[in-house]
Write a protein that binds this ligand. Structure first.
Ligand code: AMP
Ligand code: ZN
Length: 146
């Protein structure tokens, strides 16, 4: 039998973690290799690899937990700000195939970057390209909502 993923083992109590929050759908714990003090991961208890495959209930529960926790995480480490992000799929750098929201406390002068800086297409799209992409996303949304 395949070994369960590391985050499922934390949920099951088979691997240790510094837990900071738990409810029936969600668990939050400190990242073991923090990018900053207080770096926290918020995960669904269901093993789902990607955001688009979450149930609506788990998606809502994750954002609810984020909303509750983010100010407390910042306060706990005296951070005035935070960066919130999800590596969604291997090409984005996701290593643990179980959805997790990173909450990384940020400090003035910490020399970190901004989320928009992690990928660079290297050119500015034309207005026509932007219009076509937006139209395509709306079409796909309409098709899957129908
Ligand atoms: P990524 O999949 O690239 O978004 O990142 C996975 C994150 O999980 C990394 O920041 C790791 O430090 C963290 N991580 C991996 N194993 C554990 C663990 N056992 N406990 C806490 N954090 C972990
Ligand atoms: Zn898992």
């Amino acid at each position: 039998m395949q070994r369960r993923c590391i985050f499922c083992r934390i949920i099951g109590g088979e691997a240790p973690a510094h837990k900071v929050y738990e409810d029936e759908r969600v668990l939050a714990f400190l990242d073991i290799y923090p990018s900053a003090p207080g770096h926290t991961l918020i995960i669904p208890k269901a093993h789902v690899a990607r955001v688009e495959d979450l149930s609506e209930e788990d998606a809502a529960a994750l954002f609810r937990a984020l909303h509750r926790l983010v100010g407390r995480i910042q306060a706990a480490v005296g951070a005035p700000a935070s960066t919130i992000g999800v590596n969604n799929g291997p090409e984005s750098g996701q290593e643990v195939p179980h959805v997790h929201i990173h909450v990384i406390p940020r400090f003035r002068g910490d020399r970190g970057g901004i989320i928009q800086g992690i990928a660079r297409s290297g050119r500015r799209p034309s207005g026509e390209e932007l219009r076509r992409i937006a139209e395509r996303i709306r079409e796909l949304s309409a098709a899957s909502d129908a």
